[in-house]
Design a protein around this ligand. Structure first.
Ligand code: PLP
Length: 400
């Protein structure tokens, strides 16, 4: 009998955390490292949100709460869905968890049986396939190429659906590519889903508010209201409100599913942090004024990074619609040799050589299911981004 669970053999530790750890080690050893790996905004949580948390502590809101969220927060979430997404939900259709990550995990744990398939467009957020595996399901990836602007087509979705498909997992704007589906692009996918009533839709709208230029965010149940009864709309306060450490995510969907997710949470973590829940009420109900200036800042950084990376020989960097990531291709660097003598066989070797030779930390594409690429998070200062891009250009210019 082995001590560790066999299920654990099927999953890998998060590669994004591995990169962050390696970069931190080099920094601790005195190296000049610029980290472009982190998936969180570089600015502080807005003051009104912090004040709400302090007030909650002062008022003694420090005890267990209802397992999947206090009534005030569920009301605030319903108001948010109505205001931003034209989606009508009752509090009984809402669940709150310890980050969007727990909410997604609860949904898989509550629904997946052996043999159930989950369609995941690639490149994907690193946790999706491993969460599906941990919950006993089978991830089925569908490749969204750079040429297709990292978006899958209706024909690809149609071809991936089998009688075993339980969920289609949708994420727009996307981590790691930043790609956002327009209303008409999403409608093409929802038209396919209408024809397959056994398939449920899990949409991860975590980057909803990080949308730039003319791009307008939309979500599946809004685009196709006939899918409302089989859609779980997942969102959270982590990214838009710079609240990654507070750990609050939420979802809304059919009551039967929400109840099942609550059951999973009741036997694992119970309620998310009481103080964070009160802070999240303020995030959703309070002023949204800081969202627009933050987006202006991020959009400028995106444009800076895209224009600089496209100057690096061998790199092609498309301009995405949202989030704070770009996902350039390094197809033109494969097979070349770095200044220090490393043969760039694949994107993992590229990222390791880049870190060791220039001190720039990025996450290699294989981690996200589409190679040869790497992910840059531009949620860092303009100065750090400029310096990092200059080093990447120099690294690529040194390839022979
Ligand atoms: C696409 C996507 N979904 C969900 C999450 C998880 O968010 P949270 O920090 O709220 O758990 C992340 C975080 O990186 C993400 O990128």
């Amino acid at each position: 009998m082995t001590f560790l669970s066999a299920t654990l053999d099927r999953v890998k530790p998060s590669p994004t955390i591995a990169v962050t750890t390696k970069a931190a080690e080099l920094k601790a050893a005195g190296r000049d490292v610029i980290g472009l790996g982190a998936g969180e905004p570089d600015f502080d949580t807005p003051q009104n949100i912090k004040d709400a948390a302090v007030a909650a502590i002062a008022a003694g809101k420090t005890k267990y709460t209802a397992v999947d969220g206090i009534p005030e927060l569920k009301e605030a979430i319903c108001a948010k869905f109505s205001r931003d997404n034209d989606l009508p939900y009752e509090p009984s259709q809402v669940t709150v968890g310890t980050g969007g990550k727990q909410v997604l995990y609860n949904a898989f744990m509550a629904t997946l049986n052996a043999g159930d398939e989950v369609i995941i467009p690639a490149p994907y957020w690193v946790s999706y396939p491993d969460m599906v595996l941990l919950a006993g399901g089978t991830p089925v990836t569908v490749e969204a190429s750079l040429e297709a602007n990292f978006k899958i087509t209706a024909a690809q979705l149609e071809a991936a659906i089998t009688p075993q498909t339980k969920w289609f997992l949708f994420n727009s704007p996307s981590n790691p590519t930043g790609a956002g589906y327009s209303w008409s692009e999403l409608k093409e996918l929802t038209d396919v889903l209408l024809r397959h009533p056994h398939v449920w839709i899990m949409t991860d709208d975590m980057y909803e508010h990080l949308a730039y230029g003319n791009f307008k965010f939309c979500t599946p149940a809004q685009v196709e209201p006939q899918l409302y009864d089989r859609t779980l709309t997942v969102n959270g306060v982590s990214k838009a409100y710079a609240m990654t450490g507070w750990r609050i995510g939420y979802a809304a969907g059919p009551e039967r599913l929400i109840k099942a997710m609550r059951k999973v949470q009741s036997q694992s973590t119970s309620n998310p942090c009481s103080v964070s829940q009160h802070a999240a009420v303020e995030a959703l109900n309070g002023t949204q004024d800081f969202l627009a200036p933050n987006n202006t800042l991020f959009e400028r950084r995106r444009d800076l990074v895209v224009s600089m990376l496209n100057k690096a020989p061998g790199i092609v960097c498309p301009q995405p619609e949202g989030a704070f990531y770009v996902y350039p291709s390094i197809a033109g660097c494969i097979g070349k040799t770095s200044a220090a003598g490393t043969v760039i066989d694949n994107d993992e070797v590229f990222a390791t050589a880049l870190l060791e030779e220039t001190g720039v930390a990025v996450v290699f594409g294989a981690a996200f299911g589409l190679s040869p690429n790497f992910r840059v998070s531009y949620a860092t200062s303009d100065a750090a981004l400029k310096e990092a891009c200059e080093r990447i250009i120099m690294f690529c210019e040194g390839l022979t």
